[in-house]
Design a protein around this ligand. Structure first.
Ligand code: GH3
Ligand code: MG
Ligand code: MG
Ligand code: MG
Length: 311
């Protein structure tokens, strides 16, 4: 792209570069039995800043895709030995959705009807060979833009707007999966800030929000290896790996003490806050049963004058 001497041209170039830069670090896999085709596509994809991998047939491509989740784009020819493009698309779609891996099907002359079939089997788009460089460029950019957009929307959907922690919905989805896969390997902590209503009453909703954000930041930094979520107004959840309750209790008590000593600065006024915490093993039953067990412990912590951890 040649930048002309005007503002629009300059702005377009900036946009183009920022879109191209999103491809950096993304792996693209080219599956084609023709060495020449692969070389042509490699050259064009490298211009778009992709890291390019090659496969000579569908079987090899499938193997590579199963091993490497950094591959975000697959360009696949139709006619290839051992496994053709359709079979490859069908097989890989069992593991990776349209929003995780972009697939563009390709085919040479006589490819009438192939485009519809490719898309039915799960490809995001289709290119007929020989293609013009510009069409290749546009289709790849558009497909990648859609993939990036979906990733962005997912990220928004999974996060709590105020604190940036995972929200309740995502927490429940993930926790259920984790607990089902390895029921003996996690401990759930439910945290509830003490007498938080009085902070709102005294310092206003904005003051309360600021405390919530700072508590969330502290949680993120202390439990950076765990799943941490905001599951209610002033309620948080931490999934601790391991099954040693004493270790979990100690970690939670350390956090509780640290929070109690934290000075929250609300427009120059210093205030303190405490938290009550309930812990439960994840080895008994469904997510709601586990949540109930941790909640029961939390309720006891509240009943015992708050600012404590109960198992
Ligand atoms: P307890 O120790 O028994 O938990 O007392 P509490 O005051 O913390 O509990 P309660 O459930 O009575 O009050 C929770 C308060 O949290 C009420 C609500 O206004 C406030 N809250 C919930 N979500 C938000 C929020 O997003 N921002 C702010 N500032 N406050 C919130
Ligand atoms: Mg071929
Ligand atoms: Mg509460
Ligand atoms: Mg509370």
């Amino acid at each position: 792209y040649v930048i002309k001497d005007n503002r629009d041209s300059y702005l377009y170039a900036v946009k183009l570069v920022s879109r191209l830069l999103r491809n950096q670090g993304c792996k693209a896999l080219v599956a084609d039995d023709s060495m020449i085709s692969r070389a042509v596509m490699r050259q064009m994809l490298e211009k778009q800043l992709f890291t390019v991998l090659e496969a000579q047939d569908g079987e090899q491509a499938l193997h590579m895709l199963k091993e490497d989740y950094e591959i975000k784009l697959l360009l696949t020819d139709y006619a290839m030995p051992t496994m053709d493009g359709f079979e490859l698309v069908k097989a890989i779609r069992n593991n990776r959705g349209r929003d995780e891996l972009a697939i563009i099907g390709l085919s040479g002359a006589g490819s009438h009807g192939l485009s519809a079939k490719f898309i039915k089997f799960g490809a995001n788009d289709f290119l007929a060979k020989p293609f013009m460089n510009e069409e290749f460029h546009c289709r790849i950019m558009q497909t990648m833009e859609q993939l990036n957009l979906i990733a962005e929307i997912k990220e928004y959907a999974h996060r709590d707007y105020l604190t940036g922690l995972y929200n309740r919905r995502f927490f429940c989805q993930q926790a259920e999966k984790l607990f089902k896969a390895k029921p003996e390997q996690y401990i759930l902590a439910l945290l509830d800030l003490d007498l938080f209503k009085s902070i709102n009453d005294q310092y206003g909703h904005e003051g309360g929000d600021s405390v919530l954000t700072q508590v969330a930041d502290l949680l993120k930094s202390v439990f950076n290896h765990c799943m941490v979520a905001r599951i209610g107004g002033e309620e948080f959840a931490v999934v601790l790996p391991g099954n040693d309750m004493q270790v979990a209790e100690r970690a939670m008590n350390d956090f509780r003490n640290r929070l109690a000593k934290t000075q929250f600065d609300i427009n120059g006024e210093i205030l303190f806050s405490t938290v009550s915490i309930g812990l439960a093993f994840c080895n008994h039953g469904s997510l709601s049963q586990i949540m109930r067990a941790a909640d029961k412990a939390l309720y006891q912590a509240k009943a015992q004058q708050r600012n404590r951890v109960v198992v």
